[in-house]
Design a protein around this ligand. Structure first.
Ligand code: AGP
Length: 604
């Protein structure tokens, strides 16, 4: 995934482009660059490294001109080199271009262009787009782009300039996100909304294969056929501050602290004291089966949803990795509801799985955080987790929002399918209303977790174990630790440990048990703790406040308040999120920009 930002107006573009890139840096930080049109010529500055480093090296922000495009890169085609950094050019018509995505047929197109005499400087698929547009240029950049799109296959979002049309940016997308920020006497193009919020709240979400032309005085929108469209301008309500760090050292910590807010905002308008309100699913009440498709952390929230939906709504539910589902020729009929879960709404595998399900006749419901994203737009029904923009690569508040939305769905299905009476609905709503305060309690008592992180940071491996509805939290805790601190960690069902992983246990291996008090598997997990203890494992227990039985079983105990069986996981996950954050910081890493990772994987 990469970040794109463009500006056209009457202000100096350089500083604005750098500021926009900094808000997109979580999308890619291998390299960055800027192209502007300065005195009728394309001026380019780019290098490898993070934006601050490149600013020091090549003074990105002092590039001249009032129109420009900028890019921060997460390498997919071609190594991390200065030459492969964007923007890329095709100089016959002064073309300069920045791109996010993967052009799947770039080799074929490259061969055709080479036969026409084009010479390639880089290993990137992006340079192919620049030369292709150049080869179609006959005096109109917009028309050249429309012609080029006919030859491109794959995922892209790009912005392109030509020194022959100095006051214009042309932009287009397919599968990768791109928005237009509509200003007064100036206009912006960016990979997502937070990058333009400092300048405007009026946003156009480009749809697949639409082409936009931006000048200082206006924005025009075209279909891929060239037919003119009326831009659909959305007014963004959340403010730039929400998308900034708000005084926290990292987005990840800020977003962990926003989780009480994620619960209340996601439930806002969807519950009274005696009922859950999800009118969007009125036509779905008699579904026979549910298949959840997702990736990563969103897949973990799906596993929790499976417990909820089967336990309360008695709907057969299975959870599939989206990347596996789409190549399995799944059995789907009209009684199947496919639920796509995605924070970004742009994950290529989840989008493709959703399309596969629709082609086979399923109704698709999307649980998404990013408004206007591809998955949100293509689903039959979309339910937004209103966690606010999630910038940190490690998903935290969006995960909580996803589980809350699955919980609401569960109660709604249970009530409307006459499996819950009114008092039971009231009780489950009461449990839900307790959650924000209970989450806040854990956040307020985080010092103990920070101290534990100092000891944990020296370890090389870890096991996370849980049972029942806490097994997905074991997976999630392990993923959080891996992705921000680079300590290898595995999540496992606690009972499975004796079928192999227990061979790994020694005093160097911290074993984190989720052993919150419940009447299901709690006793069994205590036995699993004893098994590890007898082999000299170092045990960290996530246990319920007031639980005395667990005392003396673990080397360290982190306490969380008690809620219901279905909601306890949202309390157990908090210490694990905080632990992974503090371990990463203790090990000297930036948890917002973990190596090799991107916030949204918009490529397969
Ligand atoms: C989670 O912390 C990771 N960043 C990653 O696993 C993420 O959950 C996954 O890529 C899915 O992203 P999505 O929710 O935006 O679809």
């Amino acid at each position: 995934m990469c970040g794109i930002f463009g500006y056209v107006g009457n202000r100096q573009a350089g500083p604005l482009l750098v500021e926009g890139l900094k808000k997109l840096e979580y999308r890619g930080y291998d390299s960055a660059g800027i192209a502007t049109i300065n005195n009728g010529e394309i001026e380019i500055r780019k290098d490898v490294g993070k934006i601050e480093e490149i600013e020091r090296k090549v003074a990105l922000s002092s590039v001249g001109g009032t129109v420009g495009i900028a890019h921060c890169r997460w390498a997919t085609h071609g190594g991390v080199t200065q030459k492969n950094a964007h923007p890329h050019v095709s100089l016959k018509n002064g073309i300069s271009l920045v791109h996010n995505g993967i052009i799947e047929n770039f080799s074929d197109v490259k061969a055709r262009l080479e036969a026409k005499g084009y010479h390639f400087e880089t290993e990137t698929d992006t340079e192919v787009i620049a030369h292709l547009i150049d080869s179609h240029y006959r005096g109109s950049l917009k028309d050249a782009v429309l012609a080029a799109l006919k030859e491109l296959e794959g995922a892209y979002a790009f912005a392109v300039l030509s020194s022959k049309e100095p006051g214009t940016i042309v932009a287009s997308r397919n599968e990768c996100p791109l928005i237009i920020g509509v200003g007064k006497g100036e206009n912006f193009v960016a990979s997502d909304v937070p990058a333009v919020l400092a300048h405007t709240r009026e946003v156009v979400y480009l749809k697949n294969q639409e082409v936009a032309t931006l000048t200082a005085t206006g924005v025009e929108l075209f279909e891929k056929t060239g037919k003119k469209l009326r831009p659909d301008v959305h007014h963004i309500t959340w403010d730039a501050a929400q998308a900034e760090k708000g005084g926290f050292p990292h987005y990840m910590l800020k977003e962990i602290f926003e989780q009480p807010f994620a619960v209340t905002e996601t439930t806002e308008g969807r519950i009274s004291d005696h009922e859950v309100l999800i009118p969007e699913i009125e036509q779905l009440l008699d579904v026979k089966r549910i298949i959840i498709v997702a990736c990563g952390t969103s897949w973990h929230s799906g596993l929790i949803g499976e417990f909820m939906l089967e336990e309360v709504a008695r709907i057969p539910t299975e959870v599939e990795y989206a990347s596996e589902f789409r190549y399995r020729n799944p059995i789907i009929d009209t009684g199947t509801l496919v639920v796509a879960i995605s924070q970004s709404g742009e994950t290529a595998d989840t989008l493709a799985a959703m399309r596969e399900a629709k082609e086979k006749g399923a109704t698709v419901l999307a649980i998404v955080n990013a408004v206007g994203s591809s998955i949100a737009r293509e689903a039959d029904v979309v339910l937004y987790t209103k966690a606010g923009p999630e910038i940190g690569v490690a998903s935290t508040k969006a995960f909580v929002g996803q589980v809350i939305m699955l919980y609401l769905l569960t109660i709604h299905f249970g009530w409307r399918r006459h499996l819950l009476d009114e008092q039971q609905v009231r009780n489950r709503i009461r449990d839900l209303r307790l959650l924000p305060l209970q989450i806040q309690q854990i956040l307020d008592e985080r010092e103990e977790i920070r101290k534990l992180a100092k000891r944990f940071a020296t370890r090389s491996n870890a096991l996370y174990l849980g049972r029942g509805i806490n097994y997905p939290i074991a997976l999630e805790g392990a993923l959080k630790l891996k992705e921000v601190s680079y300590i290898h960690a595995e999540g496992y069902p606690a009972a499975e440990m004796k079928h192999g992983p227990i061979a790994l246990v020694d005093k160097e291996m911290p074993v984190v048990f989720i052993v919150t008090k419940d009447d299901r598997t709690y006793k069994k997990v205590l036995s699993n703790i004893q098994e590890v203890k007898s082999r000299g494992g170092h045990i960290i227990a996530i246990a319920s406040k007031g639980d005395k039985e667990v005392n003396g079983t673990a080397d360290e105990i982190l306490r969380v308040p008690r809620n219901s069986y279905l909601l306890n996981p949202l309390l157990a996950v908090l210490p694990l999120q905080l632990l992974s954050y503090y371990v990463a910081v203790e090990r000297g890493f930036d948890p917002d920009k973990p190596k090799n990772l991107a916030k949204s994987v918009t490529v397969e």
